[in-house]
Design a protein around this ligand. Structure first.
Ligand code: SF4
Length: 215
């Protein structure tokens, strides 16, 4: 045991991220492994049905904004999901390469690379005289709820997210350690959602049960 400890070196004393993800060369090399299936079974394994071959195609030609836009059509959180989704039992488990006894395309790592490295989308211009088509209330700001705020927001609804705690994120923030999901990643993707006008929140402490964020 003492030998093994000596080989491993000193134990880390901080909560910095451990898995640092792909660099550009690794990401492009991995993207080349995708054979762009006509019937992409990987999409069927994705709970939110990201158009996986399309975002990989954009990545291959180094068009990161287009790759990010393709992911954003289905998920507002590529950097978060690329880190914490169990791709090995979802999209990657359905990758056709497995049938050829090959490693599946590392879809999660590619998604994370796009989320981390694509420039933030430009917020839409202010809409003078804009009136919401209606109002939508979302209770809870975990990944499913906060992400879901993007859909009615995109459709022109005014979205209010109610959260009992003083910051948004739910289980992302309180259920996943920061060495696996750094807090600045959550902040950045939630802020992008706000900037896009797809959902907004203003956490305010409240003693009432589920009530805190408003738009
Ligand atoms: S199933 Fe695999 S190889 Fe086919 S499109 Fe999806 S990621 Fe690419």
């Amino acid at each position: 045991v003492a030998d093994a400890r000596a080989r491993r070196g000193p134990a880390p004393r901080c909560f910095d991220e451990v898995n640092l993800g792909y660099g550009q060369a690794d990401a492009l090399r991995e993207a080349e492994r995708c054979i762009q299936c006509v019937k992409p079974t990987c999409i069927e394994g994705c709970p939110v049905r990201i158009d996986i071959p399309r975002f990989i195609r954009h990545l291959l030609v180094r068009d990161l904004p287009a790759a990010l836009a393709a992911i954003h059509e289905s998920s507002p959180f590529p950097s978060v999901c690329g880190r914490v989704c169990p791709q090995e039992s979802q999209c990657e488990a359905q990758c056709v390469l497995i049938k050829a006894r090959m490693e599946p395309v590392a879809i999660g790592r590619l998604e994370r690379f796009v989320g981390d490295h694509a420039p933030a989308p430009q917020p839409p211009p202010a809409r003078r005289g804009w009136a919401a088509s209606g109002r939508v209330a979302i209770v809870g700001s975990g990944p499913g709820r906060a992400g879901g705020g993007g859909r009615p927001g995109t459709a022109g609804f005014e979205v209010t997210v109610f959260e009992a705690l003083h910051v948004v994120g739910g289980v992302l923030r309180y259920g996943i350690p920061s060495f696996r999901l750094p807090r600045d990643i959550i902040e950045r993707e939630v802020q992008q959602l706000r900037d896009a006008g797809r959902a907004s929140s203003r956490p305010t402490r409240s003693s009432a049960r589920p009530s805190a964020c408003s738009s």
